[in-house]
Design a protein around this ligand. Structure first.
Ligand code: ADP
Length: 322
């Protein structure tokens, strides 16, 4: 109901009366007043004038449905949208509720994540509302063996969305976005499947936007950064989020129709590591190699000092620049 009231307030250029809201939504004037107060608690500045009604004067920097709808151009992605002030983890939340959503495209975003996770259970710092902490639920009709490529499709979408907003970034295979040698975004794709059938996949994206240096935990201060730190300005999170969803829906649709090449090409052109010396880290063992190229199947082709070549599969290794 709060969202519906907010929408009415947004859609009317002038004051909208409590009577009009109560009539349109079929709730009492008392209920309207209660919801308006609750919306105010979420940071919206709403003026109320006797005999005129309510009007929004200022909105908080939240990534809610209304803020995003201004920029969202997707057909289905994010058209089912849940916004939270706090959640343990958006991936974990979607996993819990996925069966309630038959259609794909659900997006869950939280202002703060209390227990964000990366790959292999690594911690993802996201306890402030200055980044985009979101997950999407999809039901791709593809072979289970194609799923690992989706991380590349997401990375391509994030980097292209940032490029559209005038921000140059690099993709560190398989799942990080880098600006000026610092990690600003991580991607985590998880799958729920039975035998060879994919029930759903959950894609988590953590994107650092408006943090200052002092917002980062000492554990990651040397490796992490935000758009604000690197670009020297504050960004509208809703616009960035919607731009990522717009890009991703296009690339994902193409991918599901058998065209991975568009995403692969973006990942290859924007690669942070291709052509560089890297360490391939597997079970704690570090081996020097050169990152050669990104294969048609999204695997990273590396060449070891011995001259031996290997195609690395997402999930098996971590790549650290020398
Ligand atoms: P990796 O990059 O090693 O493959 P993940 O993609 O799973 O690992 O991301 C988890 C790692 O990302 C953490 O171990 C930490 O080093 C780093 N990290 C955690 N939170 C953030 C953040 N908000 N911004 C940038 N890097 C982060």
């Amino acid at each position: 109901m709060k969202d519906k009231i907010l929408k009415l307030l947004y859609d009317s250029d002038d004051y909208i009366s409590g009577a009009k809201i109560s009539e349109t939504l079929g709730i009492s004037r008392q209920a309207v007043w209660k919801h308006i107060n609750s919306i105010r608690k979420n940071g919206y500045m709403i003026e109320s004038i006797n005999n005129k009604g309510y009007k929004i004067l200022a909105k908080p920097d939240v990534c809610d449905e209304i803020s995003i709808s201004e920029y969202l151009k997707t057909k289905y992605l994010g058209r089912q949208f849940l916004h939270f002030d706090e959640l343990d983890s958006t991936n974990a939340y979607i996993k819990k509720i996925a069966t309630d959503y038959k259609k794909e495209g659900l997006v869950v975003l939280t202002e703060k994540q209390l227990a964000g996770r990366g790959r292999l259970g690594r911690k993802w710092f996201s306890q402030n509302s200055k980044g985009i902490w979101m997950s999407m639920m999809l039901r791709p009709k593809i072979s289970i063996f194609e799923v690992s490529k989706i991380t590349q499709v997401v990375a391509a979408a994030v980097a292209s969305a940032l490029a559209d907003l005038g921000i140059d970034s690099k993709i560190k295979w398989p799942n990080d976005i880098i600006i000026n040698d610092k990690k600003i975004c991580g991607i985590l794709v998880e799958m729920n499947s039975e035998e060879n059938h994919i029930n759903h996949i959950v894609i988590g994206i953590g994107l650092n936007i408006n943090q200052d240096k002092s917002d980062f935990d000492s554990e990651i201060i040397d490796i992490a950064s935000s758009l604000k730190i690197e670009m020297g300005k504050t960004y509208n999170r809703a616009e960035i989020m919607a731009t990522v969803l717009n890009k991703f829906e296009k690339l994902y649709d193409e991918f599901c129709m058998g065209n991975f090449e568009v995403s692969r090409k973006i990942c290859s052109e924007k690669s942070y590591i291709i052509g560089s010396e890297i360490y391939v880290i597997n079970n704690g063992e570090k081996v020097k190699a050169i990152a050669k190229s990104l294969n048609e199947d999204g695997k990273l082709l590396v060449e070891y000092e011995s001259g031996q070549k290997e195609s690395l599969i997402y999930g098996e290794v971590s790549v650290r620049l020398k």
